[in-house]
Design a protein around this ligand. Sequence first.
Ligand code: GLA
Length: 432
Amino acid sequence: MEPLVVTQLLALISLTWALDNGLLKTPPMGWMAWERFRCNTDCTNDPQNCISENLFRDMADRMAEDGWKELGFEYVIMDDCWMSRQRDGQGKLQADPARFPGGIAKLARYIHDRGLKLGIYADMGTATCMGFPGTTLDKIEIDAQTFASWGVDYLKFDGCNSSPVEQMQGYPLMSKALNATGRPMAYSCSWPAYLGGLPPNVNYTLLGDICHLWRNYNDIQDSWDSLQGIIDWFSNNQDNLQPAAGPGRWNDPDMLIIGNFGLSLDQARSQMALWAVMAAPLIMSNDLRSLDNRARAVLQNRVAIAINQDPLGVQGRRLLQEKSRIEVYWRPLAHYASALVFLSRRTDMPYLYHTSLAKLQYPAGNYEAYDVFTEAVVTGLNATTELTLSINPSGAVMWYVYQQADALHYHQRKTSSQSSFHKAKQGHHSVL
Ligand code: GLA
């Protein structure tokens, strides 16, 4: 694809990651330690991979030097197991002195110096999920102050080892305490995940008022099965979840596992496509030091990212579940554009799926579509044009669909020579 074409397409989609107009007006992007590095504290035997200041510095270096930052990946987020087993003499949390000899404030400076932001982890309860010091109600203010004094930019507030009654007090209290520090900090709440994720147990209006994002459901694991379970749960419950999302308030189906051990290339594309239409945080948990190029290309797909970061901030929905085990997801975007994801839950071979934009509830009009992974452009579409898409097993096709008039220049530059696309003379039958 020619660079100019990409530029024009991105201009259409709006490059909101370049703007800084309030906290998490678009879903956060970054990297988080948990799924890939867990609670590995064995720096003696595994110095490269243990939870330590070196690991976060390494990831910050990669994010700053390998093009991630320019794409909008900005948060480097620590998870559980960074703490010392004891609070200090003044009752403050402190980092494990052997694994973080420089302390968190110094690590924050290192990360800020590279134009990135630091996220940290704490737990509303008597102990973190892995048994490190928790933040009980009486410790909320002091912990918020400590994080602010260190220069933290993002707090993941987990909910192990507390009761629903304590959580009902603690999560709003931490929101207030963070605000009271005067330091802008993004606030990620695991609260709903501890209450089953659904109303009436979860009040999504309140959550949106106090948290920027929240974990609704189970932890992602490094497998396609885990990913499918998450997609199913979010889609089956979309009537409750989808309206809760918007600028500054996001559902969080958990980390991107692309680049690890559990996903094929097609499955990696499926996760990227689905996370983009779900307006999900794009927070990777992988080893940026040894990422293979195919995973990198999926994660650095600029159009997928732009769809995720669309300024309208409307979460997408599952439109259809076909008997053929093809599912169609849709997200409305700025400039009357939209994204479609065609996901195959099949396990046999590429499936030829027949549809039209009209069948997917598009109104009459002239459209073009850009295939986000193959970079093919489908021109001359109207709502009734018959389409045939080939979707790999456990793979996805993602389209960015826009109105033809909006892409005049773009359209004029392209000829009908798109190799992976042709339109039959009579039947208006498009094949990708
Ligand atoms: C919980 C969270 C995970 C991770 C672990 C850490 O399981 O959901 O994302 O933070 O705790 O112990």
